[in-house]
Structure formats: structure tokens, C-alpha cells
Write a protein that binds this ligand. Structure first.
Ligand SMILES: [Zn+2]
Length: 62
């Protein structure tokens, strides 16, 4: 289930880290794969186009 994602810069395995980010003016925090070395956050295309849409729907729901 869990996929290993490697940092393109450091070659280290990214760790799931609670990350704060802005998405179309919404302040969100999600567990995202983050490089423990350089702090690079990996947002997959899948996440950006799929899950984010779900998140947006959740926000609109409230
Ligand atoms: Zn890195």
C-alpha cells in the first residue's frame, strides 16, 4: 500500500510529514511525503488533481 518515494535531490526516502500549504486560498494541512534532509515536499500529480479535488469538495461542504 505504502509507496516509497525518493527525493530527487538527496536520494533519501521521503517520510510522511504533516505539511501546511495553501491551495487556492485555503490553508490546509495534510500528511505529505517530505524529504527529511532538504525538506522537499512531494505532491504527486494524482494528489494535485484527485485528492485535492476531494479536499476542495470537503471544504465546500462545510
Ligand atoms: Zn531531499
Amino acid at each position: 500500500m505504502e509507496r516509497k518515494i525518493i527525493c530527487a535531490l538527496c536520494g533519501k526516502s521521503l517520510e510522511m510529514t504533516e505539511t501546511f500549504f495553501d491551495y487556492y486560498g485555503h490553508h490546509l494541512h495534510k500528511d505529505l511525503p517530505c524529504c527529511p534532509s532538504c525538506g522537499q515536499v512531494y505532491v504527486s500529480k494524482e494528489l494535485a488533481e484527485g485528492k485535492m479535488r476531494n479536499t476542495e469538495a470537503e471544504l465546500e461542504d462545510k
